[in-house]
Design a protein around this ligand. Structure first.
Ligand code: AMP
Length: 203
């Protein structure tokens, strides 16, 4: 976990971490968008940071980036090397645990894009949002809301806001976009958004 509010200082966006599903048994639309996003990051001269490997949307995004000549960093725990199939074409750091992987993904990135995924993706994004709520970072967080994929999640967050458990202002700490083409613009918007949000105060 970042240890102080100094971790919240804005820095130039040079690396973008993606969180997304590892399953291949999903709608082709999601895979196409992941691949397209990889290409867009490469074209924007942004390094893609991800969990490593070649499966699911993770693999698609990595291939999209390196095929477009972009830089890619994968971070893979030792025990998943075979299951999540390392890609030879990209730089991969092998770490010892899931915690180490997640921490390194956080530290290596200046912004985050959340694509459709399962419980692993949810776990990663919840931690990122909860650190934002605690003001431990101010890195932009963008959801690619492909066909409304993330709406049930937004509804759940809104429900916790409605019940007083999450401050209203927290909703402004992340952005949702409907198309891959809007991702970079949304990152820029959030990166230059300097209103101080008191994410801890509910009332
Ligand atoms: P999923 O969305 O369930 O397909 O998972 C997406 C990725 O998240 C996979 O690479 C998982 O290995 C990874 N993942 C799941 N749980 C964790 C965790 N606690 N820490 C780091 N990565 C995780």
């Amino acid at each position: 976990m970042p240890d102080s509010v100094s971790a919240a200082a804005q820095r130039p966006i040079v690396s973008v971490c993606i969180y997304c599903g590892s399953s291949d048994a999903v709608d082709q639309r999601y895979k196409d968008e992941a691949r397209q996003l990889g290409g867009i990051l490469a074209a924007g001269n942004l390094r893609l940071v991800y969990g490593g490997g070649g499966v699911g949307l993770m693999g698609e995004a990595a291939r999209g980036a390196y095929e477009a000549g972009g830089k890619v960093l994968g971070i893979m725990p030792q025990f998943l090397r075979t299951k999540e199939r390392l890609l030879d074409e990209v730089e991969t750091i092998v770490v010892q645990s899931m915690h180490e992987r997640k921490m390194m993904m956080f530290e290596e990135a200046d912004a985050f894009v959340v694509l459709p995924g399962g419980v692993g993706t949810l776990e990663e994004v919840i931690e990122l949002l909860s650190w934002r709520r605690l003001d431990l970072h101010k890195k932009p967080i963008i959801f690619l809301n492909s066909g409304g994929f993330w709406q049930p999640f937004f509804d759940l967050v809104d429900f916790t806001v409605g019940k007083g458990f999450t401050p209203e202002a927290f909703r402004r700490t992340y952005k949702s976009v409907d198309t891959v083409e809007e991702v970079l613009g949304a990152i820029e918007d959030l990166a230059s958004y300097d209103e101080e949000i008191d994410t801890r105060r509910v009332l």
